[in-house]
Structure formats: structure tokens, C-alpha cells
Design a protein around this ligand. Structure first.
Ligand code: ATP
Ligand code: MG
Length: 553
């Protein structure tokens, strides 16, 4: 976003403005309610940044609430990872960390209240019968024969459900709304079920558990949430949400607002799908840099600032659309442009020998860390007679418009001298093993040399002081030209991870800290891997290449 640009408010901001103006709410309270059944991904980041951003914008409060009412799939490993991810994204929930399971008592009381109002009943139909009675989009449903049980009988049966007197699935508690409603969610939905499952927080205290559509509005209301923002698939559930908060007579009922999910073109975002890739061993855990989980993006080296910028650019809307990964990559480059030191790394090395450079000496060149950001200072880079250059920066027979090294051609060595290629050596297989050249001492960078111009500039690393590193290059998991990953993984991109060993990096990299980000000149932005990189055995992940296919508007 350009500085000074006026950004018009999105539809949720407009709703909030109106609510504050009309006094519907005095203060904005939002929440992010993840179910701890997997790691968060870039889609969740959208919701986190939206909700925490609105709270900040309106001087309100943002809650992080674990929606842990379904004990089956939930694990504390996920709780830990979610906490780390939300904090890393910079969403400030302060002391407002909640667990929906802490409200099981309030939910039970709420169910009793509905029963006493004649708005809920215990039903003995089987799951299949309930489905059958529910009707279809075209036909109304049929009322359950248990619908007219007396309040006393319902209270007694529900209490006995809780006490564990009935087997799992034998009875449910249902809201008594309208079996003829055009909205199927309103046809006496189930709000409590019997299920003997241990819960990670409440253990075996409960054998009845509330259903999502009943639990969620209560969680919001109990916390004083004002704007309960969720994704579009819940639009049809809103009448039920409103019914629950109305019938329970909350003084300041929250309001549900739906927005369109973030989808990324040709990228796997659903939690379920990511989980499958992890479980099938297609990727190396939830933080494999080829995934778009928050932990994978973090490990790869993406910054939270870049993710926030991406969310701003992709907007908040009511209409489904897909965003382009190229836009996220653009945001990463924009963010790192001024922050990352620009250093030299040779990923596919071949020796360059300067025959007229004195033997057994080297020199140190003073180099700016970031030409666009003088505040980043300078460093010393060693130069000498033997260097490494990229294999592709030399060609025996150059095609048209090839301005790099070939016999007889002169190029600039970045930050150093002009060199002219004089010769090369090949092995028995015909691979070039050494390139020879001469240098012109008068052309030292920064010396003010203004003789002749050269068309090509290449990067290099002094051989004697170079540090070895492994560099991982990533591409999309799905093969180019295909949109979704097939179940049998037959269209998995074989080049989604390419590992280059024995890359040659300038000496300053020896001190790279895990998680530190750099620009490798001409190659892109890279980050020291936080899991596998060690002093002396450096491993870098490519965050993004320098090439861009995205044009900002
Ligand atoms: P998935 O869609 O990957 O299965 P989920 O919706 O089951 O995820 P939850 O833990 O229930 O995961 O989601 C927590 C919050 O994140 C919800 O409010 C949900 O609407 C929001 N959310 C999930 N995916 C996206 C997305 N792609 N874009 C925006 N918000 C999302
Ligand atoms: Mg969900």
C-alpha cells in the first residue's frame, strides 16, 4: 500500500462504524476461535489479522479462544503451536486467552434454561431417524414424536443424560424451533449429545457434549464478544446463532458476520488436506517449508510483516475468490528489500582463476550491506586469485545476448574488478572444471574508474575463505499447470524441494544465526533453517526468488 493512499473501509468496518454510532455496542470485542485439531495455516492468519486488527483499530479487545468442545480430535500439541503462531503474527490477545471447555457449566445451564422455557427437548430418535425426519431443501421436516415431552420430563431426562445413565448416541437434546423452516439448520437442531470421551481439559467430568452451533454463540456471549466474525459457510447458521443468543436472553448479544475465506491458487490450504500430507509422509512435518501452515512459512523465513501486508492487499470481502501466491511473494520481497543484507552465494560453483593476480595474497574489499539502506553499514569481503562463480555464468559458446563470461569477453565481478576470460579447462566428460581470466587492477569498484563499460556483472566468492552450505530451493507441491493435488499424489511436483549441497558462500555467512534472513545476490531471499542449520553445517531455505510475476496496482 502506498503511503498516504486513502483506503476505503471494508464492509465489516462499515458495520462496526454503524454499531458504534447507533450505540448497539460501546466497545469492540473480537475473537479468533481455532479448534485445536491441527496447525494453523495462511487462511487462519487472515482471520487472526482481521480480528486482532479490528480490535486495535477501534481501541477494543481481541480474544484468543480455543474452541475445544469436541474432545475427539484435539491435542495439546496443537494448542502450543497455535499459541506460538498467533503471538508470532503479532496478534495481541493480552490476558484474553480462553478455552471454550471452561464454559461447559454455563452451556449446561443454558440448556436447562431452554428446557425450562419449553424451547428444548430430549429426543430418542436414532441419528438415522433424525436425518430422515429432517426433510429436504424442497420438503419440510416431520416433528419428532418426543417433541412434546413435558418440561419436567425433559429436565429429568437431561439430568440423567449428564449423569451417564444412557448409552452413547441413545438420546440427544434438541432445540425446539421449526421443522418446517426453509432453513434446515432451524429444524430442531441437536444441541447436546451423549459421548463418553475424555477431554484434554475436563477429563472424564462430562459424558455429554454441546454441538458447535449451540456452543459457539454462548462462548461469544459469555466473553462479551460484539462482532463474531466467521467465514461464509456459516451464513446459513446465523439464524440459529441469533436464536440461541435471543432465547438465552443475553443482555448484549453478539453479532455474527461472515466474510469470504482466503484461498490460494494451486496451493493446499485446508487443515484436513495439510494433515493428510503430513500423515502420509509426503512432507516432513507440519512445518515443512513447502506447506502454507504458519509454522512452515515461519521456518521458510517469511516475515509476519509480509503476511500482514498480503492480507491488506487481498482485502476483506463477502465474495469468494482466490489470491495468488505471487502476491504473497511480492509482499515478502517488499518487506525484506530494506531489511536483509545482500551478500554473495554461489549455488552451483565452478572455479575462476585470475592468472595475473599475485599468488599467495588476498585483499579485503569494503562492501555495502544494502545499497538501498545505508543504515545497514558495510562489511569486508575477501578477494583473491581463486574464486567461485556460478557454472551458468560461463559459456564456451555463448548464445545471442549472453553478456556473462565466455572466451574473450569482459565482465564486472560485483564489488570488485573487471575480468576478461582467457581460457577454460574441461574434464573427460566435457564438463568445465576451471575458467581462467585476467583482471584489470585499474577497474576496482569504488575507485572511480571510468574507462570502458561492460554489459555483464556476475557475483563470486573467494575460494580460500568460502564457507560451505546446503541450500534448499522450493517450488509448489503441485506440478505446474495442475490445480489440485490428486489423491494418489501422481501429480506431485518432483522438484518441490531441491537440495544443493556444497554451495560456496562468502565468509561472513559463517556467523549466520538460525532464522536470520539474507538476500543472496541474484538468487533471492534466504533464511537460515531453524531446525537443521548449525555452525559449520549451514542450511538455508529459499524464501522467494528475485523474479516476480506480480505487478502491484
Ligand atoms: P479449515 O478450513 O482449514 O479446515 P477450520 O475452519 O476447520 O480450518 P478452525 O480452527 O475451525 O479451522 O478455524 C478457526 C477460524 O479460522 C474460524 O473462524 C475460521 O472461519 C477461520 N478460517 C479458517 N480457514 C480460513 C480461511 N481460509 N480464510 C479465512 N479464515 C479462515
Ligand atoms: Mg472448523
Amino acid at each position: 500500500m502506498m503511503e498516504g493512499e486513502v483506503v476505503s473501509k471494508h464492509f465489516i468496518e462499515q458495520i462496526i462504524d454503524k454499531d458504534l454510532e447507533e450505540g448497539t455496542y460501546q466497545k469492540v470485542v473480537t475473537r479468533f476461535p481455532p479448534e485445536p485439531n491441527g496447525y494453523l495455516h495462511i487462511g487462519h492468519a487472515k482471520s487472526i489479522i482481521l480480528n486482532s486488527g479490528l480490535a486495535k483499530e477501534y481501541g477494543g479487545t481481541f480474544h484468543l479462544r480455543f474452541d475445544d468442545t469436541n474432545p475427539m480430535k484435539e491435542k495439546s500439541e496443537y494448542v502450543e503451536s497455535i499459541l506460538e503462531d498467533v503471538r508470532w503474527l503479532g496478534a495481541d490477545f493480552g490476558d484474553n486467552l480462553f478455552y471454550a471447555s471452561d464454559y461447559f457449566d454455563a452451556m449446561y445451564e443454558s440448556a436447562l434454561k431452554l428446557i425450562r422455557k419449553g424451547k428444548a427437548f430430549v429426543c430418542d430418535l436414532t441419528a438415522d431417524q433424525i436425518r430422515e425426519y429432517r426433510g429436504t431443501l424442497k420438503e419440510p421436516g416431520k416433528e419428532s414424536p418426543y417433541r412434546n415431552r413435558s418440561i419436567e420430563e425433559n429436565l429429568e431426562l437431561f439430568e440423567r443424560m449428564r449423569a451417564g445413565e444412557f448409552p452413547d448416541g441413545s438420546k440427544v437434546l434438541r432445540a425446539k424451533i421449526d421443522m418446517a423452516s426453509p432453513n434446515i439448520n432451524m429444524r430442531d437442531p441437536v444441541i447436546y449429545r451423549i459421548a463418553r470421551m475424555s477431554h484434554h481439559n475436563t477429563g472424564d467430568r462430562w459424558c455429554i457434549y454441546p454441538m458447535y452451533d449451540f456452543a459457539h454463540p454462548i462462548e461469544d456471549a459469555v466473553e462479551g464478544v460484539t462482532h463474531s466474525i466467521c467465514t461464509l459457510e456459516f451464513e446459513d447458521h446465523r439464524p440459529l446463532y441469533d436464536w440461541v443468543v435471543r432465547e438465552l436472553e443475553f443482555e448484549h448479544p453478539p453479532k455474527q458476520i461472515e466474510f469470504a475465506k482466503l484461498y490460494l491458487q494451486n496451493v493446499i490450504t485446508g487443515k484436513r488436506y495439510i494433515k493428510k500430507l503430513v500423515e502420509d509422509g509426503v512432507v516432513d512435518g507440519w512445518d515443512d517449508p513447502r506447506l502454507v501452515t504458519i509454522s512452515a512459512l515461519r521456518r521458510k523465513g517469511v516475515t509476519p510483516e509480509a503476511i500482514r501486508m498480503f492480507m491488506k492487499l487481498s482485502g476483506v470481502s463477502k465474495a469468494n475468490s482466490t489470491s495468488d501466491m505471487a502476491m504473497l511473494e511480492y509482499c515478502i520481497r517488499e518487506d525484506l528489500k530494506m531489511k536483509a543484507a545482500r551478500m554473495m552465494a554461489v549455488l552451483d560453483p565452478v572455479k575462476l582463476v585470475i592468472d595475473n593476480y599475485p599468488e599467495d595474497t588476498t585483499e579485503l574489499l569494503e562492501v555495502e550491506n544494502n545499497q538501498e539502506n545505508a543504515e545497514m553499514g558495510t562489511r569486508q569481503v575477501r578477494f583473491g586469485r581463486e574464486l567461485y562463480i556460478e557454472r551458468e555464468d560461463f559459456m564456451e559458446v555463448p548464445p545471442k545476448k549472453y553478456f556473462r563470461l565466455f572466451p574473450g569477453n569482459e565482465v564486472r565481478l560485483k564489488n570488485a574488478y573487471f575480468v576478461t576470460c582467457t581460457d577454460f579447462v574441461k574434464d573427460e566428460q566435457g564438463n568445465v572444471t576451471e575458467v581462467h581470466c585476467t583482471y584489470d587492477p585499474a577497474t576496482r569498484s569504488g575507485s572511480g574508474f571510468e574507462g570502458r563499460k561492460v554489459k555483464g556483472t556476475i557475483h563470486w566468492v573467494e575460494a580460500g575463505s568460502a564457507v560451505d552450505a546446503t541450500v534448499r530451493l522450493y517450488e509448489n507441491l503441485i506440478r505446474e499447470g495442475e490445480e489440485v493435488l490428486k489423491d494418489d499424489y501422481s501429480n506431485l511436483n518432483p522438484d518441490s524441494l531441491v537440495e544443493r549441497k556444497h554451495c560456496k558462500l562468502e565468509a561472513a555467512f559463517a556467523d549466520a544465526e538460525p532464522g536470520e534472513r539474507f538476500q543472496f545476490l541474484r538468487h533471492g531471499y534466504f533464511c537460515t533453517d531453524t531446525k537443521d542449520s548449525k555452525k559449520g553445517q549451514l542450511v538455508f531455505n529459499r524464501i522467494v526468488s528475485m523474479k516476480s510475476s506480480y505487478k502491484p496496482k
